[in-house]
Design a protein around this ligand. Sequence first.
Ligand code: FAD
Length: 198
Amino acid sequence: FTQKPQSQESTDETKPLPKGVVLDKDGKPCRTCTSVSSWRALTKQSQSQSKPDNSTSPLSSPTDKMTTSTTPLAAPASASEPTTPPDCPPDVEQLGRSTWTLLHSMAATYPEKADSQQQNDMQGFLKFFSKLYPCWVCADDFQNWMAHPSGRNKPQLGGRKEFGWWMCEAHNEVNRKLGKKEFDCRFWEERWRTGWKD
Ligand code: FAD
């Protein structure tokens, strides 16, 4: 993971950001890059810093765009950890789950054999997706993974089977980074297209 930890220096006015809070490129906390538990810790912290002049508060001051945590951004969820309420903006995990559902479903409905137009369309989608994904640190890593100089991670767009497998490997790359269990890609179609046999 490429990000470096933010300086932990503390002044009289500011405390270091809670572990796991990722800053956006404008220096403000990035909700879609941060887990809900870290976000809650940040909210509590900023409530306890009730100075009227908040120009040095962690919500506005950091110039270093990086996070206070090292990898992973999202620790594995446990029963005692909070989850995002359904009517609130997504955290990094909820956004991720919804996005993987979209991506694997796109692979599941991709043509068995894709013509050049279909391949170009998907190539274009992946190019813009990997630039515009709302968790920017996730997006940066994903782009770098796809653009590996050896070419080994280039999207495989010839048809459904190879594209589904490629997407599974892309997801496993993130699983590994986050310390999650890898998925056995032989079963991606059961998981995302056909359903499991009884
Ligand atoms: P998810 O990983 O969201 O998986 C959802 C379901 O997909 C699983 O329940 C399982 O049934 C199935 N599945 C799991 N692995 C595979 C696979 N390899 N192939 C097919 N199906 C599979 N979060 C961060 O904290 N840091 C990051 O840098 C980061 N980068 C991301 C980059 C991208 C492009 C995306 C889409 C998400 C990223 N996320 C990142 C979010 C992260 O991947 C998870 O979505 C999030 O942590 C929630 O994980 P989860 O355990 O609920 O299941």
